[in-house]
Design a protein around this ligand. Structure first.
Ligand code: CTP
Length: 397
């Protein structure tokens, strides 16, 4: 177990795969979440990332060879005993096969065989290798023995193929490892309210006014908050996404329903994040029957303004932290600054929805964090990664 009480020790095992470079980020994510990280690499992994990089990141000796440490001739046993959780990321087909068959012929495989700590593996490889019967059989064997296997993402692979085999976002890998170690998470005790998706404002029982929101950013926030131990209520308007597991989801259709559900959940909330694209106007008199274009006027719809949910919550926020979003296509920071003061929230996450890699339906976002201390530009990153950044800033952790 870790020498420092309350600080989990993660043994990060890096194997020889092009995704090894992502393990540098995984090590950082683990550290940011409060873990002590020790790195163990296979010889092959050192061809992709140098041990010096991990040594500099972790301030710990990096273990590679069975007989490298003259002061510790049974290094695999001390590494195995010290870890609160062992994370193999990326895990090649080779290490999965060795683990499944109990082969112990180097420092990593002997350590994995010796440890009593929970083991989490994040496989990453070519899609053919991942889908091979041998690999799938080995994965099932490991799962049967209680090893946590993080399913690889699908997408473009380094070899040029498209399919399953990508190492997931470092944040996700780090989180799942810490949860396997029984960590409560940095947001334990927080009640987080998130609004997400768009709204549908009825013109009649068939037609509505809607928008392009996919709900992905809100879902990423809900997932990240829940994974970090928060109690999460997601007030979700019409959207293409499924609510994440473990999150209380209240489904709504209209801006008025979203307001009512949000105000109710706000009572117990400690943090509220308004990521929904709420309609600014709603038909003043929605028809109770389908309007017929030959008989009724359909070329004009009388509209009335909706209540600004973010402003309404901010007006009675008390000790709570309230965060809003600003989806802009020009003058992103200036418009967002104006929204920060107009709505009275603690911070605004501004994003440029005119970019191909940002906004509605994309998996990435380019955003700025704007609060009383100033404007911080963030690099374009996955919505999952941005969700963690937002939560970290919201809680100033
Ligand atoms: N918002 C809200 N309720 C509304 C409108 C907006 O809670 N009725 C929230 C959004 O969830 C977001 C922020 O306000 O957090 C900014 O939304 P946005 O659509 O960018 O701004 P608007 O206030 O609608 O201003 P405009 O459309 O002029 O940009």
């Amino acid at each position: 177990m870790s020498e420092t009480a309350g600080t989990p020790c993660v043994l990060l095992c890096v194997t020889g795969c092009i995704a090894a470079y992502k393990s540098c980020e995984t090590a950082r994510c683990l550290q940011r979440a409060g873990a002590r990280v020790k790195v163990l690499m296979t010889e092959h992994a050192t061809h992709f990332v140098g041990p010096t990089t991990f040594r500099a990141l972790t301030h710990e000796k990096v273990a590679v060879g069975l007989f490298d440490d003259p002061e510790d001739p049974i290094h695999h046993i001390s590494l195995a005993q010290e870890a609160d959780v062992v994370l193999v990321a990326p895990a090649t087909a080779n290490i999965l096969a060795k683990m499944a068959h109990g082969i112990a012929d180097d420092l990593m495989s002997t350590t994995l065989l010796a440890t009593k700590a929970p083991i989490v593996v994040a496989p990453a490889m070519n899609v053919g290798m991942w889908e091979a019967d041998a690999t799938q059989e080995n994965v099932r064997t490991l799962q049967r023995r209680g090893v946590h296997v993080i399913t690889p993402d699908s997408g473009y692979l380094a070899c040029g193929d498209v399919g399953g085999g990508r190492l997931p976002d470092p944040w996700r890998v780090a989180d799942l490892a810490l949860m396997a170690a029984g960590e409560a998470g940095p947001l334990a005790g927080e009640h987080v309210l998130i609004t997400a998706g768009g709204t549908h404002e009825p013109i009649d029982p068939v037609r509505f006014i809607g928008n392009r929101s996919s709900g992905k950013m809100g879902a990423a926030l809900a997932r990240a908050a829940s994974r970090q131990g928060a109690n999460v209520t997601l007030v979700l308007g019409p959207a293409s996404i499924e609510p994440p597991a473990g999150v209380r989801c209240v489904r709504v259709e209209t801006a008025a329903e979203m307001l009512a559900a949000s105000e109710e959940a706000f009572e117990d909330a400690t943090i509220a994040i308004c990521a929904a694209a709420v309609a600014d106007y709603t038909p003043a008199k929605p028809a109770d029957h389908k309007l017929k274009k030959t008989e009724e006027r359909l070329d004009t719809v009388e509209l009335t303004e909706t209540v600004d949910i973010l402003a309404a919550l901010s007006a009675r926020k008390g000790e709570r932290t309230v965060i809003g979003f600003a989806a802009e296509t020009s003058n992103v920071v200036d418009y967002a600054l104006a929204k920060l003061s107009r709505k009275g929230c603690d911070a605004i996450v501004a994003n440029d929805v005119s970019r191909e890699d940002s906004g509605f339906g994309t998996d990435t976002n380019k955003a700025w964090w704007i609060d009383a201390d100033g404007t911080h530009e963030m690099p374009c990153m996955s919505k999952e990664g941005l969700a963690y950044e937002i939560l970290r800033r919201a809680t100033k952790s």
